[in-house]
Design a protein around this ligand. Sequence first.
Ligand code: ATP
Length: 254
Amino acid sequence: MIRASDVVKRFGKGDKGVTALDGISLEIGEGEFVSLLGPSGCGKSTFLRCLAGIETASAGTLLVDGKAVDGPPDGLGMAFQRDALLDWFDVLENVLLPADFGGKRKRDFEPRARELLAMAGLNSFVNAYPRELSGGMRQRVAMCRSLLLDPRLLLMDEPFGALDALTRDQLNVDLHRLTQRQKTTTIFVTHSISEAVFLSTRVVVFSPRPGRIVEDIRIDLPRERRLAVRESAEFAGYTRHIRGLFEKMGLIHD
Ligand SMILES: Nc1ncnc2c1ncn2[C@@H]1O[C@H](COP(=O)(O)OP(=O)(O)OP(=O)(O)O)[C@@H](O)[C@H]1O
């Protein structure tokens, strides 16, 4: 579904220019859940923005469904660290926004919005306003919104970074269930090794800027993930291996 070949992204020119991505080659098949993991500033968000058609690669090719990206691909859903809910709309109206932007009739999508909100445990908050919600609830609303149009490709940039650990665990479980059910191809940026291993079919580790791929790791854990999997020896093996890569890059040490 996605094929990146030697993608380079530079911002600015000459000495003042910054190379954010340097030769990213990556293939992602339909239904995969791929996490991008790497130090701050290594170009993870830039890669997502290139895929979303918000930025253009300086060199290399980036194909979605065999077509060069030259704007938001069809069937794209996005969610970011800041939930970007509109304070003057209630929860239901916020979830329905992608229908509005897509020129579709909101009424047609209301049943789907309500179904997603129910699955995310927000049944009784459908008509609440964002100021009445906790941080975790707001991020849940944003997650439902990104799934409203049943995207084929979901791009998520540290959507749970600002949440407490318990809420984050629950949202990981919810996101896993929702994307599994729809077989949504998902690319997920995170700084958390265990979150990446828990959610993903593959974890792609980036080097410090300029971002290059250090390793592309297939996660062979049961596809149906429960939180208890984090206590297994296999899970610990993956997190230890990835921590080792960060240690080798000099990014973490005891
Ligand atoms: N629009 C821009 N103009 C100039 N430089 C930019 C722009 N966007 C990103 N950069 C630079 O590109 C580099 C990569 O940024 P990016 O946001 O992709 O990193 P990241 O890996 O997502 O970081 P973090 O984990 O901190 O979010 C950084 O040095 C950043 O300053």
